[in-house]
Design a protein around this ligand. Structure first.
Ligand code: CR6
Length: 830
């Protein structure tokens, strides 16, 4: 291999520079060029971070060229486009993905090496772009990758938050979560292009005056005007030059300050108004599955939808088509209810500005929008108070009231229409955004079969009755195999390519090709290579943990992983109580009996919303149980436990390839889909899970015998909850094993003073998430995992079969579904 020079070694750089001749690879020249010009630094002064920046700028040059070509082709062909409106895009790192998609990884690796740098050290210099909370935001990122890869004219629209999801710190003394800001833009971000010339004015407050009797028109004026500035993030497709755009908006005061106040001698007030404009895009709301109704959040939503629609309109007008054809050229996907105001904003533009009749405008709107629901949990369903809306967006509130009255004109009985109501009665009245999204969209979908059924049956049954079933559908989520296999698990990718004897770029674009692995399941040599790859990934994780937490990890043990946002419905509590159960059990065994114990390392990672008390208490319990278990010399060779702080896309890329088993154990009917379950399986990890979300479809594909299912089923949940309320049975009676675990925690061995009582009481009283009902069956499932793992050959076969049957879960398939069944767009080839 190539010799590795010390970082930023003066001699290396100087030699490399002196030796720049016509023979020098262009890539090397380009990196050096960026060091000297873009970074304005002397090459011998460059550290790993500088080398990362220069490499990134050099790669970006390629992207810009492809991006421009693609966008010109889109304009030239004037085909229908689709827009993905998402308040979250959880992109992670870009450099390695861009290198993979451009097919330039090897070249950059050797150029950097000739300059004295190792590619691995360079890639980890990049800070994650973490503009999202969890699955919903990462799904948006996977969909952008798949759209570009399939050469589909799809743009994303989002917000350029100055601070992404908070950094999670674990307090040394008591193990609780602390939040710190994520200043990801501190250093120049090479992956975005500021478009200082692409700006729109967005209005807030003011008043709306109706005019044009019977037309529904009005003029909205006064209030505050804020500027939206575009930043473009290039999204390269894999194995194609096609490069799409993710446009993120930044807010700015329209003028440096409010001149009127300034002239009146009120300097402070003038600056205040400019601060309030900049505040709109300052921070991502760190809540997953909860909506608080905060004014600033509503401001974000309107600011983003208004700027995005204005931008789409401007692009559409360049086509010189009549406005009545808007929906023939534009499809807009609403990622959850967050962008629902776009429906109202498009009505405002069409009625007030384009002066279309209400009915023509409504026809266009309801042919343009598509709505994806991502959860049935009531606390996540957004509602905005009518007084707040009237204050912030007076014209939009009028339009919503008009939609209500106009919809009532349609045939159907009054009662039924009342139930469709967009306005919830009460003090104050509230606008139900999900209902508005359903009424204003052409189609509504959930994110896995079970979830889409629940959307129809439990969330919107009256709408199903009113509009018919054809308005409702399902698109099961997917993940991009580029990032979630090739990039995060290069050894497995290489083994697959070698085994299938087809080009990597073929199976990475047609994931069903993985089926070809089935022919090799019984080949002992292949099994050994497969197992060796998993082991290597476990060693990589062990090293990572040792560096982070200073504790050695046994890579020969069973690796059991649960990584996701902390939430009661996801039941990390069930998992940690199961760990305690295992610990107590091992302690009760004789030395002879212990020989049969399957050695296990349990990993947790995930953030809790800063205001979510019970979720934060769960983290604290996990961290403190880990401290006790890992320090117990009597048992720690059989069982150890880690909570990895500050979970992120990049941390997931290390954890997922290393897992033997992962946990997806939500109360049945609560996890809409889950997407990490797909990532684990694609990397040959098996699942222990409930019959919920996409777990069900994964089992359909890979076979029931390769998934460890447990727990109550969705149809029984309601009845069980009813019984908890009206015929409660004490935990001691329902599950003596669980009662013992709860009492052990209460006894104070993981921290005294009753700190965990509020958490334990959620189980002892009410137990909304059914831990008492599922605990024993959960423990049995984990025992079955142990038994299966004891037969290592069988286990490896299960692992191979699982990966082989994951074709369905490529986000390429999901995006095809959207493109064909919903958006009606075609790829643009050039
Ligand atoms: N939290 C669902 O809970 C789903 C993703 C993406 C979620 C999860 O099951 O896989 O969306 N929902 O569809 C919301 O964010 C509201 C999630 O990420």
């Amino acid at each position: 291999g190539q010799e590795k020079w010390p970082k930023g070694d003066e001699k290396t750089w100087k030699t490399a520079m002196r030796d720049i001749t016509s023979e020098t690879p262009d890539i090397t020249k380009s990196i050096v060029h960026h060091v000297q010009t873009s970074l304005a630094r002397a090459p011998y002064n460059i550290d790993d971070f500088g080398a990362y920046q220069a490499a990134a700028l050099s790669v970006r040059d390629n992207l810009i060229v492809n991006w421009n070509t693609t966008q010109i082709e889109y304009s030239r062909k004037s085909q229908k486009r689709a827009y993905y409106l998402s308040l979250e895009f959880l992109m992670g790192r870009t450099l390695s993905n861009a290198l993979l998609n451009l097919g330039l990884l090897d070249q950059y690796s050797s150029s950097l090496s000739s300059l004295g740098f190792g590619i691995e050290d360079i890639l980890v210099q990049e800070r994650d772009a973490a503009l999202g909370n969890g699955g919903l935001g990462r799904l948006a990122a996977c969909y952008l990758d798949s759209s570009a890869t399939q050469e589909l004219p799809v743009w994303g629209y989002g917000l350029r938050y100055k601070y992404g999801i908070f950094q999670q710190l674990i307090k040394a003394d008591d193990g609780s979560q602390l939040e710190a800001p994520d200043p990801w833009l501190e250093h120049q971000n090479p992956w975005e292009l500021p478009r200082l010339d692409v700006t729109y004015e967005v209005r807030f407050y003011g008043s709306a005056q109706r005019w044009g009797e019977g037309t529904g028109r009005a003029t909205w004026s006064g209030g505050q005007e804020v500027l939206a500035i575009a930043y473009d993030v290039m999204i390269p497709g894999y194995g194609t030059r096609s490069t799409n755009n993710l446009r993120l908006w930044e807010s700015k005061p329209k003028r440096g300050f409010d001149l009127q106040s300034f002239n009146a001698g009120n300097y402070e007030r003038a600056v205040e108004s400019s601060n309030s404009a900049a505040a709109i895009t300052s921070v991502l709301y760190p809540n997953d599955h909860t909506s608080f109704g905060k004014e600033l959040r509503l401001k974000q939503q309107y600011f983003w939808t208004a700027a995005s629609l204005a931008d789409m309109l401007r692009r559409f007008k360049n086509l010189e088509k009549p406005i009545s054809e808007f929906a023939e050229y534009n499809a807009i996907q609403l990622n959850d209810t967050h962008p629902t105001l776009a429906i109202v904003e498009l009505m405002r533009i069409l009625v007030d500005e384009e002066e279309l009749s209400w009915d023509s405008a409504w026809t266009i709107v309801t042919n343009t929008f598509f709505f994806t629901n991502h959860t049935v949990l009531p606390e996540a369903l957004e509602k905005w108070s009518v007084p707040l809306m009237e204050h912030l967006l007076p014209r939009h509130m009028q339009i919503i009231f008009d939609i209500v009255t106009v919809e009532k004109r349609f045939p159907g009985d009054r009662d039924r229409l009342a139930r469709l109501s967009l306005i919830e009665e009460g003090f104050p009245k509230q606008v139900r955004m999900a209902n508005l999204a359903v009424v204003g969209s052409r189609k509504v979908n959930g994110v896995a079969e079970l979830h889409s059924n629940l959307v129809q049956k439990n969330l919107f049954p009256d709408f199903v009755e009113f509009y018919g079933l054809s308005k409702f559908g399902n698109v099961t989520n997917g993940i991009t195999p580029r990032r979630w296999l090739d990039q995060c698990n290069p050894s497995l990718s290489a083994l697959i390519t070698d085994t299938l004897k087809i080009d990597r770029n073929v199976w990475l674009k047609d994931l069903y090709k993985l089926k070809g692995l089935l022919a090799h399941v019984d080949d002992p040599q292949f099994q050994a290579r497969w197992a060796a790859v998993k082991h290597q990934n476990k060693e990589r994780l062990a090293l990572f943990v040792e560096r982070q937490l200073g504790i050695k990890v046994d890579a020969h043990a069973l690796f059991d992983v649960q990584i996701k946002r902390l939430h009661e419905y996801k039941r990390q509590t069930l998992n940690i109580l199961g760990v305690i159960h295992r610990y107590l059990l091992i302690k009760s065994l004789t030395p002879e009996e212990r020989k049969k114990v399957v050695k296990k390392v349990v990993f947790f990672a995930g953030k809790a919303a800063p205001g979510y008390y019970i979720a934060k208490l769960t983290i604290r319990l996990i961290v403190n149980v880990a401290r006790v278990i890992n320090a117990d010399p009597d048992t720690n060779q059989y069982l150890s436990l880690f909570f990895l702080p500050d979970y992120s896309v990049s941390v997931a890329e290390i954890l997922i390839p290393a897992s033997d088993i992962s946990q997806h154990i939500s109360t049945a009917g609560t996890e809409a889909s889950g997407t990490s379950n797909m990532k684990f399986c694609l990397n040959g990890g098996l699942l222990v899970g409930t019959v919920d979300g996409a777990n069900i479809e994964i089992a359909e594909e890979v076979g029931d015998d390769n998934v460890f299912f447990f727990g109550n089923l969705t149809p029984d949940v309601e009845d069980l909850r009813y019984r908890h309320t009206y015929h409660p049975i004490p935990v001691e009676q329902k599950s003596p094993a669980l009662a013992h675990v709860l009492n052990t925690v209460s006894s104070g061995i993981f921290g005294s003073d009753g700190v965990y009582e509020p958490l334990l009481n959620t189980i002892r009283e009410g137990d909304f998430y059914l831990l008492t009902d599922d605990f024993d069956s959960y423990i049995r499932a984990l025992e079955m995992v142990d038994e299966a793992y004891a037969d290592r050959t069988e286990w490896v076969k299960k692992s191979i079969r699982t990966t082989a049957k994951m074709g369905k879960f490529s986000s390429d398939r999901a995006i095809q579904d959207y493109a064909q069944e919903y958006w009606n767009i075609e790829s643009v080839k050039f």
